[in-house]
Design a protein around this ligand. Structure first.
Ligand code: ZN
Ligand code: ZN
Length: 748
């Protein structure tokens, strides 16, 4: 904590009542509220607290008394409202979408209401959200996050991130511009807005452009601030109520120190511009002041305005309170200023999906004078070697490339095939790893998709020819260029020795993957990791996830379809989760009795492959089947389970299969197909899809020095979870193996 903030926190003014003079319009609302005879919330249980009259009710009563139309549409004409559902982890959230008059795409504001995380909802705060939509000319999405005590801390914070991500991913369907998203909230919701901006910055995906925090709760540890003192008994919010809210919210006093609640002690560096609005007569006024100071000290552009003579909740009273009109307009202007700036600078990065690599032809050759970066990796030097520390160099990013600090890398079964040279094409030394997640540490001068600090992923490919028909169609994973695509490790898919004319368009025979401290990659081949997808969980999605998602998508799996997944390892697990999230009815086929119960956990039914009666009962029942078995097997029993015209797709085995009896195929015009990883667009889609549906692989985090043991367990079939290496554990090789040492093994 900074000294300035500490001084503020320690400021305690003498006790006694406030000498603030109350704005006459404000006084009218307070008098009306008193006439509604609400009980003191801090003395009630939660159900009764939620039934108490709110300042919103007082405003409506005043309007009626004045003979005015109190309907939201009449008060703020032109803004249209529609309720939608937003998926969050384990819940569907209700949200109201406010669309301003005019033609989109509009900027977007994700708005969180107040109520101490316990009471109130989007209806209570309709006037605020609706008013912001008009004042900022933006689509406002007001979110009913889950409340305490039914859902304790930090459920609301997770819901807020999920909602924010959903808005970013669905901007187009909201008439919104995904490049221009701001966060806003009041009171408890003001906290959520700032906390969500921090989370978005941390994850690096679609950062917010601006934050509006109206009388935010910026901390809960210190209730001896100046405003807690001088507004201890203020209405409609007093000090005791805040204590009551907190009591419902947290289960452990240590939660108060969690920087999602304790914003003033959070890492605020790199946040977008923040506007804070405070009311003078409000126990939370000093929270706003402390947050302002903390933001300034973190170098964040911050504007704070304190409105005199008004109280907590004044922001939603524009219909009867001129100061509130002023404040809403000020907030709208602040946001519009940032939104209009963003149109010109385009400096914002979003989770927008790839639409295929750019058909712009090959790039300039590498500048061979380019700076070299020392990298620590783990490599196999022979087919019989364990993975060992290996120092090498990468060329620094050129104009269109980015440098990534690797944080996590999944251990894929192909890594093992490659280490052991089971596909007879391994180039040694072999630094595996094509499920790479990390943070962008540097960008080349021409990079537009990513910014320093973004959380990105790299899957199986780091380049393709960009000129062939599949590449131009966005099917880079089926590149028909002379060297096919450039694999993240082990060089081009078709090496010079096997390419027509002995060419190597990539100028590299070997590439080193993600079992290393950093990676340099052409920007189009890095994917955005959504903010609410844990980076370590995202890693295996980059290969196992897209390998199963791509065929499910290609063959149009839809709600109600009956889908069979053959094999229940890592691929089968992902396939079942994805197909379930797509709305399909899933049956898993496994050889392992112990896995039958696990299938139920995924919402699928399971059948033993050896259970002939069960298979017979399923003849002609399936709309699609996916075989994930990673070696040669007999597909004939599953062909029989397909409906007429339907397809069984094989993604696991990349080798000759048991022979097929074409009678079973021809008699009902069935299809046998294959599919190989997925395109850049598919990869981005599956990341976003997993984030949206809160699904992902079951993983175990390991340190890099445990990788050989993990490989052995995978070979022995003992792995229940996908191993993901925490690359923070990688250290320089004490023996300091040099690049020259490595060169000896290149010809193996
Ligand atoms: Zn893989
Ligand atoms: Zn191509």
């Amino acid at each position: 904590m900074t000294s300035l903030v500490r001084d503020l926190i320690n400021t305690v003014r003498g006790a006694g009542d406030t000498s603030h003079s109350v704005d006459p319009h404000m006084q009218r609302v307070l008098d009306q509220l008193a006439e509604l005879h609400g009980q003191a919330i801090e003395n009630l249980d939660v159900p009764r607290a939620r039934l108490q009259p709110s300042p919103t009710d007082a405003v409506a009563a005043l309007l009626r008394a004045d003979g005015k139309n109190s309907s939201p549409e009449a008060l703020i004409p032109g803004v249209e409202a529609e309720d939608r559902s937003i998926p969050a982890a384990g819940a569907t959230l209700s949200a109201r979408i406010y669309t301003p008059p005019g033609n989109g795409p509009f900027p977007l504001i994700v708005y969180f209401h107040g109520g101490g995380w316990v009471i109130a909802d989007k209806d209570t705060y309709d006037a605020s959200a609706r008013g912001l939509s008009a004042a900022a000319g933006a689509v406002v999405v007001s979110v009913d996050y889950r409340r305490a005590p039914e859902h304790h801390f930090p459920t609301a914070w997770n819901d807020a991130i999920a909602a924010y991500d959903w808005v970013a991913a669905n901007a187009a369907s909201l008439e919104g511009d995904p490049q221009r998203i701001a966060l806003a909230g009041e009171s408890a919701g003001g906290n959520l807005a700032v906390a969500t901006a921090i989370a978005a910055r941390n994850r690096g995906a679609h950062k917010a452009l601006a934050v509006l925090a109206v009388y935010p709760i910026a901390q809960t540890g210190n209730t001896e601030t100046e405003s807690y003192d001088d507004s201890a008994n203020a209405k409609p919010l007093n000090k005791a109520m805040i204590g009551w809210f907190l009591d419902k919210l947290i289960t452990n006093p240590n939660d108060k120190a969690d920087t999602r609640l304790d914003l003033i002690n959070a890492d605020l560096v790199g946040l977008p511009p923040v506007t804070i609005i405070n009311a003078e007569i409000d126990p939370l006024r000093s929270d706003g002041e402390m947050l302002e100071t903390a933001l300034k000290e973190a170098g964040v552009e911050v504007t704070r305005k304190v409105y005199s003579g008004v109280t907590h909740e004044f922001f939603s009273m524009a219909a009867v309170l001129p100061k509130a009109q002023e404040a809403v307009q000020f907030a709208g202007d602040q946001l519009q200023r940032v939104f209009s700036g963003a149109v010109h600078t385009g400096a914002v990065h979003t989770g927008a999906v790839h639409t295929g690599s750019q058909p712009r032809g090959r790039l300039e050759p590498k500048d061979h004078a380019a700076a070299k970066i020392k990298v620590i990796g783990y490599a196999a030097k022979h087919s019989f070697s364990d993975l060992k520390p290996f120092d090498f160099e990468r060329e620094a990013a050129r104009a269109d490339e980015i440098e990534i600090d690797v944080l996590f890398c999944g251990v894929c079964h192909s890594d093992i095939h490659q280490i052991k040279n089971e596909w007879h094409n391994t180039v040694y030394p072999c630094v595996p790893g094509h499920e790479v997640v990390g943070r962008v540490s540097r960008v080349g001068s021409a990079v537009t998709r990513h910014a320093v600090g973004d959380m990105v992923g790299v899957g199986c490919m780091i380049d393709s020819c960009r000129q062939c028909e599949p590449c131009l169609a966005g099917d880079e994973n089926y590149c028909e260029g002379p060297n096919s695509w450039l694999a993240t490790y082990n060089g081009p898919m078709i090496p010079a020795a096997k390419a027509a004319g002995g060419t190597n368009m990539y100028e590299r025979d070997n590439t080193f993957g993600g079992y290393s401290s950093m990676l340099v990659v052409q920007e189009d081949f890095a994917l955005k990791i959504p903010a609410n997808l844990r980076p370590e969980v995202a890693a295996p999605i980059l290969c196992a996830g897209v390998t199963t998602y791509s065929p499910l998508k290609h063959w149009g799996v839809k709600p109600g379809d009956r889908v069979g997944i053959i094999g229940f390892g890592g691929l089968g697990d992902m396939a079942a989760k994805l197909a379930r999230a797509m709305g399909a009815e899933v049956t898993l086929f496994t050889t392992t009795k112990e896995k039958l119960a696990e299938a139920g956990r995924l919402g699928a039914t399971a059948v033993l492959e050896s259970d002939e009666d069960a298979l017979a009962a399923l003849h002609g029942k399936f709309d699609f089947m996916l075989s994930t078995i990673p070696q040669r097997h007999d597909i004939n029993p599953y062909i029989a389970l397909l409906k007429r015209d339907k397809t069984v797709c094989i993604v696991g085995a990349l080798e000759p299969m048991e022979s097929i009896n074409n009678q079973g195929v021809a008699f009902h015009r069935k299809n046998i197909a294959g599919s190989f990883i997925g395109s850049l667009q598919d990869t981005q889609e599956v990341l976003d899809f997993c984030a949206q549906h809160d699904i992902g692989p079951d993983i175990e985090l390991i340190n890099i020095d445990q990788v050989n043991a993990a490989v052995k367990r995978a070979i022995d079939g003992e792995v229940r979870f996908r191993s993901v290496i925490n690359m923070a554990s990688i250290k320089p090789d004490p023996r300091n193996a040099s690049v020259e040492d490595a060169a000896i093994f290149v010809t193996e």
